[in-house]
Design a protein around this ligand. Structure first.
Ligand code: BGC
Length: 355
């Protein structure tokens, strides 16, 4: 990142309202020459990302609400949020660390999802302006949602020309597990443009982690070869989503973790999405070992914003992450964090257009 790239970014802050207990919530606007992103301190969420299509028309390409009340009323979708302390599922909400078993809330049938009943998405983070962006901080106390250790998490959002970069870091004072990701739902056609089924996606992955009926990985790393999970070549999302394939039927569409090529910590391409109508292209790069490609199968039309109904498959998530239920799978890249260690990881969303 060069100083020149930073010099064009403008950062401003405004009020986004108050929590029921009176806590003030802010919204930051990060504006470069090519994108404008709005980020709120409630759940360190991405509220909107505005970017031009191939004809120069600017639209918001992520699902979200324009008021805090919208977010407070919706405890289901995790629109734009940083999810944690453990993004995605932990089987039976249970794991063992240093010989001790911990129970975290079961808020998704028999499993724990996205950190429990009051996950990081439900907290007001503290924020400070940084060059080209904003840094959000959350201190999650020892025992928060049943997790051991006081965890301090920092999430930095910065804009660089046509890219929004997210830098995560975390430290702890006791052994714990951590898996933070961003839960934005993209629709490159723009908010209100319908489903994402006509968009094409490429996933830079040869293997995925099949799940049981509760969407918990079985532990196997299965090849994508010869299955509707094969996105090594850019493919229209809707083409095989309703195939008679057990993994798809179980999840009601795509809702799986793909294993990325290359080492954890190394920056690599995870995915590339192309909306053929508007020409918008999103490229996702990350240092994480996996990506959850989720096609918004559980969006059921019960939430709305400004005349837009958030119906089934009107947005797709690319949650760069450690694999779901890693604390119960010693063969997966570890999510354990120990005192004295500082873990950093990064994901960048880059927006371009193609004819
Ligand atoms: C999960 C879905 C879940 C969704 C919640 C995704 O990360 O994989 O199964 O329904 O989050 O909005």
């Amino acid at each position: 990142m060069t100083m020149a790239a930073q010099a064009h970014a403008e950062v401003s802050k405004a009020s986004f309202g108050k929590m029921p207990d009176g806590t003030a919530v802010d919204i930051y606007t990060l504006k470069s020459d090519a994108i404008e992103a709005k980020i709120t301190t409630f759940g360190a969420r991405i509220v909107s990302i505005k970017t031009a299509d191939k004809a120069g028309k600017v639209d918001d390409v992520v699902l979200g609400y324009d008021t805090l009340d919208g977010y407070l009323a919706d405890k289901k979708t995790y629109f734009g949020a940083v999810v944690g302390r453990y993004g995605n599922r932990i089987a039976h909400g249970k794991f063992t660390l240093d010989g001790k078993t911990y129970q975290v809330p079961k808020n998704n049938d028999d499993n724990s999802l996205h950190g429990g009943t009051v996950g990081f998405d439900q907290h007001v983070w503290t924020a400070k302006e940084i060059p080209a962006g904003v840094e959000m901080t959350l201190v999650s106390k020892d025992g928060d949602q049943g997790y051991p250790g006081t965890l301090t998490a920092h999430v930095r959002y910065t804009v660089h020309h046509n890219a929004l970069r997210i830098d995560y870091s975390a430290t702890t004072d006791k052994d714990t597990v951590v898996n933070l990701t961003n839960h934005s739902y993209f629709n490159l056609g723009g908010l209100g443009s319908g489903t994402i089924l006509d968009e094409e996606i490429m996933l830079a992955s040869d293997k995925y982690t099949p799940t049981d009926a509760g969407l918990i990985p079985t532990g196997e790393l299965a090849t994508v070869e010869g299955t509707p999970m094969d996105f090594r070549k850019s493919t229209v999302i809707g083409k095989r989503i309703n195939d008679d394939f057990e993994q798809l039927k179980r999840a009601g569409g795509y809702d799986h973790n793909w294993v990325l090529r290359g080492a954890t910590g190394e920056t690599k391409t995870a995915a590339k999405v192309h909306d053929l109508k508007t020409g918008r292209v999103l490229t996702v790069t990350t240092t994480e070992p996996g990506v959850q490609f989720y096609t918004g199968n559980f969006l059921d039309g019960s939430f709305h914003s400004n005349g837009v109904t958030f119906s089934k498959r009107t947005g797709l998530c690319l949650e760069t992450q450690h694999f779901p239920d890693s604390p119960n799978h010693p063969s997966f890249p570890t999510t354990e964090l120990k005192p004295g260690e500082a873990r950093h990881w990064t994901t960048t969303f880059t927006f371009t257009t193609e004819k």
